[in-house]
Every structure is written in C-alpha cells, then in structure tokens.
Design a protein around this ligand. Sequence first.
Ligand code: PLP
Length: 423
Amino acid sequence: MRIFERRESEVRGYIRSFPAIFDTAKGALLYDEQGKRYVDFFSGAGTLNYGHNNPDITGALIAYLEGHGVIHGLDKATVAKRNFLQKLEDTILLPRHLDYKVQFTGPTGTNAVETALKLARLVKQRSSILAFTNAYHGLTMGALAVTGNSFYRDESYGIRANTAFMPYDGYLGPEVDTIDYLRRYLEDGSSGLDLPAAAIVETVQAEGGVNVARDEWLQDLEHLCREFDILLIVDDIQAGNGRTGPFFSFERAGITPDMVTMSKSIGGGLPLALLLMRPELDQWQPGEHTGTFRGNNLAFVAATEALRYWDNDKLSDAVLFKGAIMKEALESMLEKSPGCELRGCGMIWGLDLKKNGAAKEVSKAAFEKGMLIETSGCDSQVLKLLPPLTIEEPLLKEGLNIIDEALEETVRSKTVFAVGSAL
Ligand SMILES: *Cc1c(COP(=O)(O)O)cnc(C)c1O
C-alpha cells in the first residue's frame, strides 16, 4: 500500500473502505493479490450489472482488438459505433416506442449530466434547474450544483446559482405530497422560485440513501413539468440498465422523460456515457458541445454485447426473482433489528440503520469476511446492496448471510438499537 500512500492523492476514497490490492475478478467475485476472495455487492457503484469480466463481453473485446478495430476515433463514424447505435435502436428504443436521439458525451456520468443541463438551458433559454433533496448527479461544477449532499458542496465553489432544491417523494413524511408543494411554488409568482428550464430526478436515489419514488409521484412530476413547460430529465446512470428490473428505471411508472442520462453499466464495465433526448431538443450546432473522448470504441463493442441481454426478458425476470430473495432475507434481518428500515426495488436495496456511521461499521465487518458492500445516505447510515444482476443464486445467498453475520457482530451486539430490542 506504500506507493498509494506516497503518490496517490488524499482524494482517494474506496481504497480506504476496501484496503486490499485487487488483482483479478470474474462475475460477482473479486480476488486480491493474496488470492483472498470477495463477494462483490457493490458492483463498481452499479457499473458491473453484467458482472466483472463478463465472458461474452471480454470475448467481443479480444476479437475487436485482435482484428485491429479502431480504438480512438473522436466522434468519427466507426463500425463499432454503428453497431452500437443499431443495437440500441433495435433492442431498446424501438420495442419501447421511444424516439430518442443519442448524444455521446465524455465517458463519465457527470459528463452526461452536464450535457443535459446545458442543453436544457439552451433550448428553454432559461438558466434555472430544479433538483431534489438527497439527489446525486455527479461532481463537476454543473452536476455538483444539482447534487444535495453538503459533503460535496463547498461554499467556495460558488456554483450554486440557478439551481433550486425541492423535496423528493417522502422527504416531508408520508402525509405530504411534495408535488403539491412544488406546484404551489410554481403557481405563485412571488414564491421566489424562477421557472426552471428542467427538473432532474432519479427514480431511485441510490447515493442519497436508496429512496424510491412512487410511480404516482413520478407521473405527477411528469404532468407538472408538461403543464409548466419544464423539461424532465431522468438521471438513469445508476438505476438504469436493468437495476430495478426493466431496462430503464422509469418504465415502471410509464413516464417518458424528455432526456435520459446513462452511464455506469451502459458500457458493460468500460467508460461510456450518453444522453438520450427527444429529437426536437437536439438543437446543437455541429461541434458545439465537443470533447476528445466522446464515444469510446472499445466501450461500444462491450456495450453492444451487453445489450444482447435485452434480446429477451430473461435478465429482467431474473432481477425480479433475485430481488425478491434479497428482500426476503433483508426482511428477516430487519426483524432482528428493530427501528431500522428497508427500502428498495429490483436489485437495489438499502437497509437504513438509522444511526450515523452504522453502515460503515457493517461494511467494514463484511469486508473482513470477504465481501464488498458500500454505504449510502449523507450520514453513512444506509447499507446499500448492489450485487451484479447476473450473480448466481448461491453467491447471492452467501452474500446475504455475510451481511447478517456482519450486522450481528456490529450494530446488534453493540445495542445500537432501542432498549428492549430483541438482540
Ligand atoms: C454515479 C452517478 C453519477 C455520476 O457518474 P460519474 O461517472 O461518477 O461521473 C451521476 N448520477 C448518478 C445517479 C450516479 O449514480
């Protein structure tokens, strides 16, 4: 670890949560240099929905490299790009009757978010953007302005102008419909809220603590946006690519966003990000929003292969099936941990331990037992389960058992919970 401590910036993060030197990986398993095996319930924060080194994806990459396929092409036309666009159109867009144009941005999620915000402002000629409490959209300046967590937001960055935060579904308790609340602000010319160009939302706030918006809430948000001429951007970077069951996380609510940001698993494990937009919104001049690494050809090859999982409903069905196994196991853990709360859907689940830092302790104990699992929520109070969608059932169960044991050793044994709880 010495070279990392000596040379790598203090900004390094996950290396601290998971202090091992990882060497190889396959499916839902990671191995460190000593050969210790870890079950991965983190999946690169949702980048490895199809597993580490998925053999079909790796095979396609090797064949492409051996055939001298173009690796870097700026945004020129390549066979790899054509194949990806064709596959996306045939397998994802046409069957869902979605007519979106595709913009390839720089390869990170935050690039796609920046692009969406910029385009919304350009199209609507209004600068204000609406975001929601506990949102996470990335950490470049524009994306950071719509990210909620104060840990990431420093006053000195001075980029908070022209964004407004409104309460997400459930933020004000189960009694308050936060869309009504938002409506009041929009209707009232003296509320102080500028009419936004766009609202950006996650259907499931993954980093924000695994908060799931209800279908109705999403539908009401869509109606409100239409009524007030506000563009609706769904950030599907973490919840998309099948994490909640369907390919897009918003399919369950039957809404059609004006723009959708995608990254993380879209590249099959390689860096790729894109923005989907209604064709009328595609008002860019050629080259107006550009960059060197837009459209990464190796990632196109991986992404095209990954989209083959969507040729039929098998993966979607598996997500719902394995999601139910996760839910059941977590519910029984919940019984032993009174006062905690379980949230999630598909194969993203959050166990809210309702105590600052508690999930960090569980994650640490789980790591020692050979598991990678991350925390979420602004106080690291939520344990976030995000295994690869392709995880084998026995490994999934093994992972769930490790979590149960880690909970037993940390929070439960330390009587973190209210007096009188069943320990
Ligand atoms: C990870 C994430 C981002 C940012 O993506 P990066 O590739 O880390 O820049 C944006 N939005 C959501 C919902 C995310 O989960």
